[in-house]
Design a protein around this ligand. Structure first.
Ligand code: ZN
Length: 205
C-alpha cells in the first residue's frame, strides 16, 4: 500500500494553517480509473479549509500512469522541497512505446490528460495554442476538448480576470501536425520532454 502523504497548508482566504491529505505519489488510472476524473475536474488538487470553507489548491509531485494509453506524465512542481526524480526508478525497457512528459503545475497535467484522451498530439496542440494566442493577443490558453458538430478544438484563456473560450478549426491542428512532421527536430527530446508554451515561444516566438 502506498503511504499517505500529508502537507501543511495555510488557507489563502483566512490565513489559518491546516493539514491536508495528499494524493498518492503514483497514480495508475488503469488500476484506479476514478483518479482520471479527479484530475480532469481538478478535484485531486483542491482541499477545503476546515476553518472557513475556502477551496485551496494543493500541489505535490506525482507520476500519472495510464497503462492502456501508454502514457506517463511526471508532475514535478518547481520550487523548494520538490524534486523526487522518478526517472531513476524507471527502466528503459519498461517504457517502450510510451509517451513520456514532464509538467510543472496541476493545470498542465490536467491539460495533458485532456489532450491525450482526445487522441491528439500535444506538440501540435501547443502550436495551435501559440497561433491562436497570437491572433487573440492572449496568453495561457488551455485545451478543453472538442466542441461543436464540426469537431472544433475548444481552448480557454484568462482575460480581465475572467475565463474566455475560443473554438479553433481542426485544420489548424492538421497544419500544425504537418509542420512538425516536416521538422521533427524542433520537438523537445530527452526522457521526459517538457512540451509547453515555453517551448513554442522559443521555437516560434
Ligand atoms: Zn480558511
Amino acid at each position: 500500500m502506498a503511504e499517505t502523504r500529508t502537507q501543511k497548508a495555510v488557507c489563502r482566504e483566512c490565513g489559518k494553517p491546516f493539514e491536508v491529505e495528499l494524493f498518492p505519489v503514483l497514480i495508475n488510472v488503469g488500476r484506479e480509473p476514478s483518479y482520471k476524473e479527479d484530475i480532469k475536474n481538478g478535484s485531486l488538487f483542491t482541499r477545503v479549509c476546515p476553518h472557513c470553507g475556502a477551496v485551496n489548491m494543493v500541489l505535490a509531485p506525482l507520476l500519472y500512469h495510464d497503462p492502456d494509453a501508454r502514457i506517463i506524465i511526471w508532475l514535478n512542481p518547481q520550487g523548494p522541497a520538490q524534486g523526487q526524480d522518478f526517472t531513476d526508478t524507471m527502466k528503459a525497457d519498461d517504457l517502450k512505446g510510451y509517451t513520456l512528459r514532464k509538467v510543472e503545475d496541476a493545470g498542465s497535467l490536467i491539460e495533458k490528460v485532456r489532450i491525450f484522451e482526445a487522441g491528439l498530439d500535444d506538440a501540435a496542440v501547443e502550436m495551435c495554442k501559440f497561433v491562436s494566442g497570437q491572433e487573440l493577443n492572449a496568453k495561457g490558453l488551455r485545451f478543453r476538448g472538442f466542441a461543436g458538430a464540426d469537431n472544433e478544438m475548444e481552448f480557454i484563456f484568462p482575460r480581465n480576470g475572467q475565463m474566455h473560450s475560443v473554438k479553433v478549426g481542426f485544420n489548424v491542428y492538421e497544419d500544425s501536425r504537418a509542420i512538425l512532421a516536416r521538422n521533427p527536430s524542433v520537438v523537445p527530446g530527452g526522457l521526459f520532454p517538457k512540451i509547453d508554451s515555453d517551448w513554442t515561444e522559443q521555437v516560434f516566438g
